[in-house]
Design a protein around this ligand. Structure first.
Ligand code: UD1
Length: 417
């Protein structure tokens, strides 16, 4: 566990290369365990969530290693165990993807339920109903899902909300099921499309990823391939906000601007000048940003993962902004912003942010990954030296955070506790 010490008030300027998408990588790493033979994954970020996913697979008999070029190798020919390790699964919600893999490969899975987290209650009921629609017998014993299906069979399943995790888990399970699965009201996130492309390159038959209906014709086997994970749109958005909040000029490279459409629209509305290239985005901020309202929504709407970082920008904006969070309970971190002088009121799913002239440094604590990102942004803008604890949350999803920030002129130091 460590702390970050950030000396705020510096204008950030420069170029930041964006890493591979954590959320895509997590799904793809699990999908690699569906296949015979080795997959070699490029552009996988070195963050702790990825490390946990690999550890879980290792415990089940899968070989994983990073080569000297930073590519991740996954070989799952010896996947034999069906009981996922409790402590590891509880660390990260996406671990539950292993359920789809085990059911598809071994016809049996025992996976602890992820439980709630700092984003509020996060059930997996849609996942479980999906598995049972595919013919799995499911029971919950002592906080653990026990599922069994000699052979999963294709089904038509309407996902109650366009849930990313459910769409991933059922795509994994359905790829090796007997017959055709139709996932209706599926999530349309770029990470879902990335997973489908990877699975198809291994021999799966998936159509419609990126639309509301995904059709998966089950196949007998999948074979490992080399694959390059898409860029992390949330990491890119965070660094563009770093330019905005410090009155700076940052270009993020290796990105897909299309994946950030709704976010860029809102960033432009604040008055930040945004220039898009084919795989670059530059944000130039010359004056105090204007307050704008946002409402989170599943893709292609404004991403919930950028809500907290965007709220941080609004704390110093000119005017009052209304922020509505429709996906998770993600406002607890505003208490930390208040310690820095921010004027934020929250009621249920809405935050009202009255922009103040400046933020002041304070000792603050990150309580989840994107809250951590928001607090880093606030600290970059604040007067004085801010100390942020809970850095382990940031390590879950921001590879080389201090180095990247330092490369554009930030003064950031990691202190060991
Ligand atoms: C994924 C992302 C996360 C992002 C979120 C929404 C990964 C690893 N994580 O999380 O970064 O913030 O999508 O874009 O990709 N729900 C249920 N029952 C279920 C499943 C979901 O009620 O069985 C609810 C959730 O509580 C939430 C909503 O559906 O309110 C959407 O959740 P979901 O899209 O599943 O989020 P995750 O996959 O957990």
């Amino acid at each position: 566990m460590g702390k970050l010490q950030i000396e705020g008030g510096r204008r950030l300027e420069g170029v930041i290369p964006i890493s591979g998408a954590k959320n895509s990588a997590l799904a793809i790493i699990m999908a690699a365990a569906l296949a015979k033979g080795e997959s070699i994954l490029e552009n996988v970020p070195h963050d702790t969530d990825v490390a946990v996913a690999c550890q879980i697979l290792e415990e089940l008999g899968v070989k994983t290693f990073w080569d000297h070029e930073g590519k991740l190798h996954i070989q799952a020919d010896n996947l034999r165990a069906y009981q996922a390790p409790h402590e590891l699964v509880r660390k990260m919600r996406a671990s539950f993807y292993v359920a789809g893999v085990l059911l598809a490969r071994l016809g049996k899975a025992e996976v602890p339920l992820p439980g709630g987290c700092s984003l509020g209650s996060r059930p997996v009921d849609f996942h479980l109903k999906g598995f049972s629609s595919m013919g799995a017998e499911i029971s919950i014993e002592y906080g653990c899902m026990k599922a069994e299906a000699k052979k999963l069979s294709g089904c038509k399943y309407y996902i109650n909300r366009a849930s990313v995790g459910t769409t991933v888990n059922l795509m994994l399970a359905a790829s090796l099921a007997e017959g055709t699965t139709l996932l209706e009201n599926a999530a349309k996130e770029p990470e879902i499309v990335d997973l489908a492309i990877y699975l198809n390159s291994m021999g799966a038959k998936i159509r419609g990823a990126g639309t509301e209906v995904i059709r998966i014709d089950g196949v007998k086997e999948l074979v490992g391939v080399e694959y390059d994970v898409i860029p992390d749109r949330i990491e890119a958005g965070t660094y563009l906000l770093a330019a905005a909040i410090t009155g700076g000029d940052i270009t993020v490279t290796d990105v897909v601007p299309e994946h950030l459409r709704a976010f860029l629209l809102k960033l432009r509305e604040t008055g930040v000048q945004v220039e898009e290239g084919e795989s670059t985005i530059r944000a130039i901020c010359r004056e105090r940003p204007k307050a704008v309202d946002i409402e989170t929504a599943p893709y292609p709407g404004f991403p919930t993962d950028l809500q907290q970082p965007f709220l941080a920008l609004m704390t110093i904006a000119d005017g009052t902004s209304v922020i509505r969070e429709t996906i998770f309970d993600r406002f607890r971190f505003v208490d930390e912003l208040r310690l820095m002088g921010a004027d934020v009121k929250t009621e249920r799913d809405t935050a009202i942010v009255r922009g103040v002239d400046k933020l002041l440094a304070a000792p603050i604590e990150a309580t989840d990954l994107r809250a951590g990102a928001a607090l880093v942004l606030a600290a970059l803008a604040a007067e004085g030296v801010t100390t942020i604890t809970g850095v382990e949350y940031l390590d879950r999803g921001y590879e080389f955070l201090e180095d990247k920030l330092a490369s554009v002129g930030a003064k950031v130091k990691r202190l060991k506790e």
